[in-house]
Design a protein around this ligand. Sequence first.
Ligand SMILES: NC(=O)c1ccc[n+]([C@@H]2O[C@H](COP(=O)([O-])OP(=O)(O)OC[C@H]3O[C@@H](n4cnc5c(N)ncnc54)[C@H](O)[C@@H]3O)[C@@H](O)[C@H]2O)c1
Length: 283
Amino acid sequence: MEIKNVCVIGAGVMGAGVAQIIAINGYSVNLVDLSVEILNNVKKKIEMNLEQHYVAHNKFSQEEAIEILNNIHYYTKIEEAVNDVQLVIEAIYEDMNLKQVLFAKLDSICEKHVILASNTSSLSITDIASKSKNQDRIVGIHFFNPATVMKLIELIKGDNTSAETLEIAREFSRGLKKTVVTINDSPGFITSRLIYVLCNEAINMKMEGIASIEDIDTACKLAFNFPMGPLELSDLVGLDIFNNIGDYLNNEFGDKYKPSFLLKKMVRNKQLGRKSRKGFYDY
Ligand SMILES: NC(=O)c1ccc[n+]([C@@H]2O[C@H](COP(=O)([O-])OP(=O)(O)OC[C@H]3O[C@@H](n4cnc5c(N)ncnc54)[C@H](O)[C@@H]3O)[C@@H](O)[C@H]2O)c1
């Protein structure tokens, strides 16, 4: 099956970037969110991003940018947005119940050949699909932030994902000029599971007082050639996000993944990192 038109549900940090990279690659994209206000803001952000990062650097002409913007169509009603698409990519909040309900709805309203993908960064694809009838067409396509720049896609095969669905999703992802790694469904996949463990352990080290925040970050940057230290990265991703991933992995795999007491305490105190302007560093 050839994919020509794509629907992206959720126009937040990820959905907006995913819609943009898909539009840049010549597809028509229907982008959905809950209100016209949200969509108007997203539209402005996408226009600004194209101008600043592409047109200003002569990567696209003004005419090409306009063509890309014209590839993106904005909707508040999912039923209208999935009309005549071959692929739906979900990028709503990281909440198992919300995702299960949305996929069951998509499964009931989309024609049988339409592939349904989740951009979840840690939740099991098999569980997300569990309330849907046609689970063979449900797959994980995990983009990274910013989706227009980051080269990797984690492709996740749920227990019931068919080989055909996986292959179409792989070809589509490669067509976006991304490098694809394939994973048998497992909470946290490769990247979220590993990065959570690293950052959580760095937070434990800070709690134990074995070194300063700056020295923990500097050690990792220089020893491992990381562009960013784990505490800096925790602030960037959001401490609440890491705490949720930790709770989920702990629940699925056991105590090895228990979130650090300091992580929990900072989330309770609304110290969430960059988004609250206070985390391990001040912003
Ligand atoms: N932020 C990241 O770095 C990152 C990276 C990779 C994957 N992800 C995953 O991508 C997903 C989205 O994350 P995000 O950071 O973009 O979140 P976000 O909060 O920025 O955006 C979510 C958007 O979904 C919309 N939404 C919620 N319910 C909806 C519904 N029923 N219908 C339509 N729109 C709805 C919200 O209004 C919001 O605009 C999550 O599953 C997250 O785990 C996030």
